[in-house]
Design a protein around this ligand. Structure first.
Ligand SMILES: Cc1cc2nc3c(=O)[nH]c(=O)nc-3n(C[C@H](O)[C@H](O)[C@H](O)COP(=O)(O)OP(=O)(O)OC[C@H]3O[C@@H](n4cnc5c(N)ncnc54)[C@H](O)[C@@H]3O)c2cc1C
Length: 435
């Protein structure tokens, strides 16, 4: 293929692996450089939404994730234990509306399924390769195409590429190289206590039964909320507690204190506090974000950013990974023949990518902050109005704007209905129509 590119993806997180699959499917030579010595996605559970599962399914990845669990219900409970919103047949409704599932899984299970598919497609995944610098003007490039990029590795050596995909996450080196300055992520003001409970840790029969049900539950209260769901077929329960950040500026992650964690939720719904009694280990994560960038592409059109490196967000809509998977798909699809036919087209192709992805990524970022506002209201007038709105629709099909965007008919279709393939087809047809 004359237009074939040597693509180097920096980072084997969920965005990098997704991009590697779609770029390989488009016929390019793809190498993924990962700084870690082994692939073991940090963290625990992950909620996958139809905007990503439809892609994972097409790639043959979804079928290989072990134990994806489709929640049958989705509920919002006030911190005092009152049911505010509840959707039965959540799983069926989602499949009917979007033609793809909503599923909860373990991150490692997804990462392994992605790596397996990437390797089947000939992608080289190289571990223990920390990238420390990029030279955007290293080579002349082919004919009139952009110059090659040279990648410097921490343990010595350099690698050349036609195109670099910066998928190196929140602390991205590629982002710094593109900006020409090292800018640190910013605190969002919140942190997450992350908990994984094995079913054996729950002795109480009633609680154990509840945890085994495939369900997503939110508890919402002043300045805080909790999201909990079962995964791996009900054998593991994932709980995330979102609270104001009290970690020192220099600490991004640490082991949390069980006493402190329980203290923060004292007086909340007894079902939740009973659940927290079963916890024997918790991690405390500062939730960070980044200002929006003027561009996700460098001036030489040989480097592009995707995922958390360019649109990190609060995890309050579970869209960080899902939208990063969309990024990878859109990039790879735009780089596929016949519309992508020569290296000289790389600048326009990356511009099209940015047109399709930047506004959406940044809009989702903003929406996560709106969800924080609606979930974290302190007791008072606004909270009462919110709860009245919740309760007005309890047991009915929600219409109009709704404080939980997980079921809001104005936001959910925009998030879950996104079809990367259709978006690419539409933008390409439009480009062809132009004289
Ligand atoms: C508490 C919490 C819960 C969340 N829940 C969800 C959820 O349910 N659903 C969802 O969609 N999202 C969720 N997210 C967000 C999601 O985890 C991230 O948005 C997603 O993992 C970003 O993927 P990424 O590939 O862009 O970055 P990362 O996952 O950070 O991957 C970057 C990779 O690059 C590697 N790397 C970094 N620097 C270098 C370098 N210099 N050289 C080589 N390799 C490098 C890293 O080792 C890493 O493997 C959650 C986040 C948090 C904090």
């Amino acid at each position: 293929m004359p237009s074939q590119l040597d693509i180097v993806i920096i980072g084997a997180g969920l965005s990098g692996l997704a991009a590697s699959i779609q770029c390989a499917l488009s016929g390019h030579t793809v190498t993924v450089l990962e700084s870690a010595r082994e692939l073991a996605e940090i963290g625990a559970g992950l909620q996958l939404t139809p905007n990503a599962t439809r892609l994972l399914h097409k790639w043959g990845v979804y079928q290989n994730i072990s134990g994806p669990t489709e929640p049958r219900t989705c509920s919002v409970i006030s911190y005092k234990g009152k049911l505010l919103a509840h959707e039965d047949r959540f799983d069926e409704n989602i499949r009917r509306k979007y033609g793809a599932p909503f599923a909860d899984c373990h991150r490692v299970d997804l990462q392994q399924a992605l790596v397996k598919r990437a390797k089947e497609l000939g992608v080289q995944v190289l571990l223990n390769k920390r990238v420390i610098g990029l030279d955007f003007e290293a080579g002349v490039g082919d004919e009139e195409g952009p110059p090659c990029v040279s990648i410097s590795l921490e343990n010595g050596g350099t690698i050349e590429a036609d195109l670099i995909v910066g998928a190196d996450g929140l602390w991205s080196t590629c982002r710094s190289a593109l900006l020409g300055v090292r800018d640190a992520p910013l605190p969002t003001g919140d942190l997450a206590f992350r908990i994984v409970l094995n079913i054996e840790q729950i002795q109480d029969e009633k609680l154990r039964k509840m945890v085994q049900e495939p369900a997503v539950r939110f508890w919402i209260g002043p300045d805080a909320h909790v999201v909990a769901y079962s995964m791996r077929g009900g054998s593991v329960y994932n709980v995330v507690l979102l609270v104001p950040d009290d970690l020192p500026e220099s600490v991004a992650r640490t082991e949390g204190s069980l006493e402190e964690m329980r203290g923060l939720f004292e007086g909340w719904d007894p079902v939740l506090t009973q659940l927290l009694e079963c916890v024997d280990k918790v991690d405390k994560w500062k939730l960070m974000h980044r200002p929006t960038l003027p561009s996700w592409i460098n001036a030489q059109s040989n480097t592009v950013l995707i995922g958390d490196s360019c649109h990190p967000m609060l995890p309050y809509l579970a869209q960080g990974a899902n939208s990063s998977i969309e990024d990878g798909a859109v990039l790879g699809l735009l780089l596929s023949p016949p519309h992508y036919a020569a290296k000289t087209q790389l600048p326009q192709t990356l511009q099209l990518f940015q047109e399709l992805r930047k506004a959406r990524g940044e809009a989702i970022q903003r929406e996560t902050f709106k969800q924080r506002r609606d979930f974290h209201l302190r007791d008072g007038e606004e909270q009462r109005e919110r709860d009245e709105l919740f309760e007005r629709w309890l047991g009915k099909e929600v219409k109009g704007s709704f404080p939980s965007r997980w079921t809001c008919p104005e936001v959910q279709p925009w998030l879950y209905g996104y079809d990367a393939e259709k978006e690419v087809d539409a933008v390409l047809s439009k480009a062809e129509e132009k004289p």
